[in-house]
Design a protein around this ligand. Structure first.
Ligand code: OSB
Ligand code: MG
Length: 375
């Protein structure tokens, strides 16, 4: 694969409804898309940063900078055997996992198309459909939350995750549990609590939750180990796990019993496979998280979710939950038993709507391989 051309663009998309987490409200997305061309094949990746550095340290603008000034110049013109080599190529750039993942994943799409197989198969996936859950943002009151849960259960979703923050937590979860005693239910605090809240967090043990996601600081594995030893509810780490070494530390320290795997957070498919394989060896269940992606990021999430140890329903849900019109065709749809069928076509397996993407684009730039000028 000779990397002949890289296109970077920012698109603007408005979520159908604002999504509230403990760190703020998200409505207007600014998403970077990466298109890479190699040997006449086009591959697509999405950068899953937020607009603000509130979930992790990256933003759409830091990713624009890092891709423009460091990643694209390193990758353009390179001859690669496999997409898995990209990680090594970018080794000298510290952090910025989401920026790296946007580029690496586009090259995975190309490799799969070159080989004439689906991306899921290239990654080592073994499922032909993936199990889906939903992540519900914080609601004004518990009645509205209960109604939202009911609606998603009717659509077939297999697991409901509730976003929580101090003051909008125990009462809300209790209300949902009272009405739905048997559903798979979890909570996600996005680092809204401190070690001093351990007694409050212990009260969640009454709700028979599948897991409690990232209650403490975004970068504090050690504090989660101390908390896990006091809770029956399994802790699931999200923000804390940026690569396989973090995953190893967290598992060995007993900081979590489940891992949320997000492609962007671990630098792309290669990093995700390493965390997946480690979790497999240590018998720690993993599942695929979401970052309110457009169809391109969502399609990559579908592909990675086919690996065998993605053994719990992920936050990969239907395009229509987020967007009036998604940028891929067909859109991602969920069956009434809460699954997404995995496309069998070569590569990502969804067509990219170029005209729509063009219309949503607010800025773009591109890199061309330097051709030798005949003398
Ligand atoms: O912590 O999983 C999270 C959205 C933005 C930032 C962080 C998170 C989330 C979600 C939404 O929970 C998942 C989705 O539906 O894409
Ligand atoms: Mg989370």
């Amino acid at each position: 694969m000779k990397i002949e051309r890289i296109y970077l663009r920012e698109i603007r998309m408005s979520l159908k409804a604002p999504f509230e987490t403990s760190f703020g409200v998200i409505q207007n997305r600014r998403i970077l898309l990466v298109e890479v061309i190699s040997d006449g094949i086009s591959g697509w990746g999405e950068v899953t940063t937020g607009e603000t550095p509130s979930y992790n340290a990256e933003t759409t603008d830091t990713a624009w900078h890092i891709i423009s000034d460091f990643i694209a110049p390193l990758v353009i013109g390179k001859e690669l055997e496999k997409a898995a080599e990209v990680e090594e190529l970018l080794f000298g750039i510290r952090g910025h996992a989401m920026a790296k993942a946007g580029v690496e994943n586009a090259i995975w799409d190309i490799e799969a198309q070159q080989k004439g197989i689906s991306l899921a198969r290239l990654l080592g996936g073994t499922r032909d459909e993936i199990a889906c859950g939903v992540s519900l943002g914080i609601r004004e009151n518990s009645q509205l939350l209960v109604e939202a849960v009911e609606k998603e259960l009717r659509r077939g979703y297999q697991r409901i995750k509730l976003k929580i923050k101090p003051g909008k937590d125990i009462e809300f979860v209790a209300a949902v549990r009272r009405l739905f005693p048997d559903i798979q239910l979890s909570v996600d605090a996005n680092s809204a609590y401190t070690s001093g809240d351990a007694e409050r967090l212990r009260r969640f043990d009454d709700f028979n939750l599948l897991m409690m996601e990232q209650p403490l600081d975004w970068d504090d594995i050690y504090a989660h180990a101390a908390l896990q030893s006091r809770l029956h509810t399994p802790i699931c780490l999200d923000e804390c796990i940026n690569h396989v070494r973090h995953a190893a530390a967290a598992i060995d320290l007993g900081a979590c019993r489940i891992i949320n795997l997000k492609l962007g957070r671990v630098g792309g498919h290669n990093g995700a496979r390493k965390v997946h394989d480690l979790c497999s060896q240590r018998s720690v269940p993993a599942w695929c998280g979401g970052m309110l992606e457009s169809g391109i990021g969502r399609a990559h999430n579908v592909a990675i979710s086919t690996l065998p140890n993605f053994s719990l329903p992920g936050d990969v849900s239907a395009s229509q939950r987020y967007w009036d019109e998604d940028i891929i065709e067909p859109e991602i749809e969920v069956t009434l038993h809460g699954t997404i069928p995995v496309p069998k076509k070569a590569g990502l397996g969804y067509a990219v709507k170029r005209v729509l993407i063009e219309r949503l684009t607010s800025r773009d730039r591109n890199w061309k391989v330097a051709t030798s000028v005949p003398v």
